[in-house]
Design a protein around this ligand. Structure first.
Ligand SMILES: *Cc1c(COP(=O)(O)O)cnc(C)c1O
Length: 433
């Protein structure tokens, strides 16, 4: 349980003010800057279980979980203990280490599509590498992605998720050459007809389709019944590859990811976040015939100085060991459903249009009547209301992702009392919106 003493943030403010002269926007990654909700970000001091403490001593119930990795709870004692032991043996070898085999076997056993895996250092790296592989294997340059899906910050994926601009394949960010995004085609999420049309308009040119099988990067959006099945059929008909970006959903939606949950097996999969247990890791894997094209087994070059380092492997292995224990996903599902149902009920009681839901340890709440099937629907949300909700929850001791367009995450450390306190806070805040 966290206390709800009035929020004092003078130390956070001083540190963040200083940071703005030192780093662009004062942060190492943009969404941390609270730009879309307003106000100043709070600066963390330490984390444990379901909680975070800021530099002013305020405690919060955390539903960001360092953007996903903390599914067992922050600073899990078993993970810390394993890391302390690994640390004694050194931080990086730049040479094979047996821990890579252990984590690779765990990933291959868990994720249906993965027969062989390559470890990298971030989700971005996994996605940019998988794209090179898609193109090399098919000998085709074009790919299809979905509006509002995020696949890291590599040039080829930074295509604006807005209608006219999206069709033109215009880059989302200055510095991204037009030529780089000209081969990135976009479709609305859950729109099979749009994907079919793109495949038919570009015969023999589409290397594959990449998507978040459950979206978390434009808020929480689930695939409509038949959508993933349809993509599997369409890609097969056109000899294109199907790639699930499970950087967020891997080991969160189910131990085997969304592909295990929905029973659809893609050709390739990207992973990150949870498989590093809080250290920097990404991975991509899939069919052996495709993965065998990666150097040095094959000609597709991809490398990394710190890839597969023993610390990241250790944190990943221990995290998956904990997740594999009986009852973990049932617990995550029930915790999250109680929270999600509760938030919707509170919104209804307090007279706010809202929709949302949850699967396993992932949830979302949009301030719009809904239903939300794609990014355009998500954009109907009342962003101003979300900002006020976010600030109010912070003042009540609840830390939510500082954007309407992010999913929420629970962990094994969140107790029934934490959920109850969160819902009580939501009732207090929503009554004032
Ligand atoms: C977080 C995320 C990425 C990028 O991973 P980083 O480790 O931040 O580079 C890619 N795809 C999805 C679906 C993500 O959620």
């Amino acid at each position: 349980m966290v206390s709800t003493a009035p929020l004092k943030t003078s130390k956070s403010e001083a540190i963040f003010t200083a940071a703005q002269d030192l780093m662009p926007g004062g942060v190492s990654s943009p969404v941390r800057a609270f730009k879309s909700v307003g106000g100043q970000p709070i600066v963390f001091d330490h984390v444990k279980g379901a909680y975070i403490w800021d530099v002013d001593g305020n405690q919060y119930i955390d539903y960001v979980g360092t953007w996903g990795p903390a599914i067992c709870g922050h600073a899990h004692p078993e993970v810390l203990q394993a890391l302390a032991a690994a640390l004694e043996k050194g931080t990086s070898f730049g040479a094979p280490c047996q821990l890579e085999n252990v984590l690779a076997e765990m990933v291959i056993d868990a994720v249906p599509s993965i027969e062989m895996v390559r470890f990298v250092n971030s989700g971005t790296e996994a996605c940019m590498s998988v794209l090179r592989l898609m193109r090399a294997f098919t000998g085709r340059d074009k790919i299809i992605k979905f509006e509002g899906c995020y696949h890291g910050h590599a040039d080829m994926f930074l295509v604006q998720a807005g209608s006219g601009v999206a069709t033109l394949g215009l880059p989302d960010s200055p510095g991204v050459p037009k030529a780089t995004t000209a081969t990135t085609l976009t479709a609305p999420y859950n729109d099979l007809a749009a994907v079919k049309a793109l495949l038919e308009e570009n015969p023999g040119e589409i290397a594959g389709v990449i998507l978040e099988p459950v979206v978390g990067n434009s808020g929480f959006i689930t695939p409509d019944p038949g959508f993933l099945e349809g993509l599997r059929e369409l890609t097969q008909q056109h000899d294109a590859l199907l790639v699930f970006d499970e950087v967020m959903t891997g080991f969160r939606i189910a131990y085997g990811g969304a592909q295990a949950k929905f029973g659809i097996t893609p050709d390739l999969t990207t992973l990150g976040k949870i498989i590093g247990g809080g250290l920097p890791v990404g991975a991509y894997g899939g069919r052996k015939d495709i993965m065998s094209m990666i150097a040095p087994a094959g000609p597709v070059y991809q490398a990394g100085t710190l890839s597969g380092n023993p610390l990241a492997m250790t944190a990943g292995i221990k995290t998956l060991e904990i997740l594999k224990r009986p009852g973990t996903y049932e617990q995550l599902e029930s915790t999250t459903k109680t929270l999600s149902d509760g938030l919707l009920a509170v919104a209804r009681e307090t007279g706010h249009a809202a929709c949302g839901g949850s699967i396993s340890a992932m949830f979302g709440l949009f301030f719009t009547e809904g239903p939300v099937h794609n990014f355009e629907d998500a954009k109907q949300s009342d962003l101003n209301k979300f900002s006020r909700f976010h600030r109010g929850m912070l003042e009540q001791g609840v830390y939510l992702a500082p954007s309407q367009y992010e999913a929420g995450f629970t962990s094994l450390a969140h107790t029934a009392a934490d959920i109850e306190q969160t819902l009580a806070a939501a009732r207090t805040v929503m009554a004032t919106l």
